[in-house]
Design a protein around this ligand. Structure first.
Ligand code: GDP
Ligand code: IMO
Ligand code: MG
Length: 423
């Protein structure tokens, strides 16, 4: 029996989907614990590229169960399109995919509220994916939300109507021009609810407790990244859930002392999509090369990701908050060809050198201090062993390990399942 946890250590899109897929064969159950369709987890194997939004990244493997936990927010409409997108793979979803009754539902009006709130913020907007994430979590913590289990109850439609009516009043209150046709959105929503009903709803905390007693192995899959955590991220430019390790406990009902390994995923450089502070962002050619070579365009919104060098101050912070026991470094291949690599090891902050994330991490307050490394020219995408990696990359890895005091166990050198080097 084991419960392990996998999460992103930066601002999301670190490559969580790929690594969950790589590790899945070792687990009986893959369980997503927070976030919603703001996530886009990309898997590539056998010439197929597939992006998952709400469905756990273990879904393509045989003989396992995939759980959508209580901490996740589900948009039935997006979920239906996800299910439709999987049809060609002939997976037995009815037996492989189960949903917590306690997961909250994203209503069409949550999406509209997200848009109204962002429009009203103007230049100060968060850069939300506009999937209704924040309004849905607000209704959850405000104790107004509608949960998957409510679908099974007789008053589901009444509950829906009452909440949607309230949302319409709130949208009007924002006083911004949001065009929408609610009857049409509702038709789509209720049709998608019928599809959702075809899957089994469970009390997932009970299911997972029983699975642990039976000696099953569980991998908890995070979404977003630690710097988007609502408590510990670059607030207010964050998402609305706890993306860090504690989120797995509350998002699945797994006790903290049951979690064994905490796998922390990071890119060999840094990216961020949406607004907010990003100390090592590179506005010159280096950032452009990372974006181009790394194909850094959002898997959900298609937006260009902001790029920059690896920030060890931020990485150490994320490792500390999450209790990371093993690191996985992604997209090492993207750094091939740089003559010099830079790694941020501290910040100049108001005339002082600091090694932690300050409360005011805004650009005007923080200037990164870099250590430089010699780059390598070699293409890494065909390499399969740690020994065959260029010496300069090994030096880069060794430096990171020494600084953060956690071993890097996997080095990813391409998007495909096979382009994964175990150390
Ligand atoms: P996630 O949200 O953390 O699952 O990450 P995304 O799927 O949003 O973004 C990661 C992107 O990088 C996807 O397009 C992956 O296919 C791709 N990717 C993952 N690992 C590697 C790698 O080692 N090298 C390269 N070049 N691409 C990778
Ligand atoms: P995965 O799981 C990268 C970002 C958005 C925005 C902020 C708030 O694929 O790593 P929200 O829609 O949650 O209100 O947006 O968070 N964001 C992500 N960035 N990867 C993600 O997920 C993200 N999910 C949300 O761009 O800045
Ligand atoms: Mg993503």
């Amino acid at each position: 029996m084991t419960v392990d946890l996998l999460l992103g250590l930066q601002w999301g899109d670190e490559g969580k989907g790929k690594i969950v897929d790589v590790l899945t064969s070792k687990y009986d159950i893959i369980a997503r614990f927070q976030g919603g369709p703001n996530a886009g987890h990309t898997l590539e194997f056998d010439g197929i590229k597939h992006v998952l939004r709400t469905i756990p990244s273990g879904i393509f493997h045989k003989n396992n169960i995939n759980i959508i936990g209580n901490g996740v927010v589900i948009d039935p409409v997006v979920f239906k399109s996800e299910i439709d997108g999987l049809a060609k793979f002939n997976l037995d979803l009815k037996s492989k995919l189960i949903i917590s009754r306690k997961a909250h539902l994203i209503l069409p009006t949550h999406r509209l509220l997200d848009a109204a709130s962002e429009t009203a913020k103007g230049k100060a907007k968060i850069g939300s994916t506009l999937k209704g994430i924040s309004p849905t979590y607000m209704d959850k913590t405000g104790r107004n939300g509608i949960r998957v289990g409510d679908i099974e109850l007789a008053d589901f439609k009444d509950k829906y109507r009452a909440l949607a009516n309230k949302h319409e009043e709130m949208i009007a209150f924002y006083d911004v021009a949001i065009q929408y046709n609610l009857p049409e959105l509702e038709k789509e929503f209720f049709e998608a609810i019928e599809d959702l009903r075809k899957l089994d709803f469970i009390d997932s905390e009970e299911y997972l407790a029983k699975a642990q007693k039976e000696g099953k192995s569980i991998l908890c899959e995070g979404a977003q990244g630690s710097l988007l955590d609502v408590d510990f991220g670059t607030y207010p430019f964050v998402t609305s859930s706890n993306t860090t390790a504690a989120g797995a406990c509350t998002g699945l009902g797994i006790a903290p002392n049951k979690i064994k390994e905490v796998f922390g995923i990071f890119k060999a450089y840094t990216t961020r999509v949406g607004s907010g502070p990003f100390p090592t962002e590179d506005f010159g050619d280096d950032g452009d090369v990372m974006a181009k070579v790394g194909n850094e365009f959002g898997s959900v919104t298609g937006r260009k990701r902001r790029c920059g060098w690896l920030d060890l101050v931020a990485l150490k912070y994320a490792i500390q908050i999450n209790g990371v026991t093993q690191l996985m470094m992604m997209k090492g291949d993207v750094l091939s060809g740089f003559e010099t690599l830079k790694v941020c090891t501290g910040y100049n902050y108001k005339g002082e050198v600091i090694h932690h994330l300050p409360f005011n991490i805004e650009e005007e307050n923080v200037t990164p201090i870099y250590t430089e490394f010699k780059g390598w020219a070699q293409d890494l995408t065909g390499l399969t062993t740690f020994e065959s990696l260029p010496k300069e990359l090994k030096d880069y890895i060794e430096f990171i390990e020494k600084e953060v005091e956690v071993p890097i166990k996997i080095i990813s050198v391409g998007p495909d399942r096979k382009q994964t080097i175990m150390k």
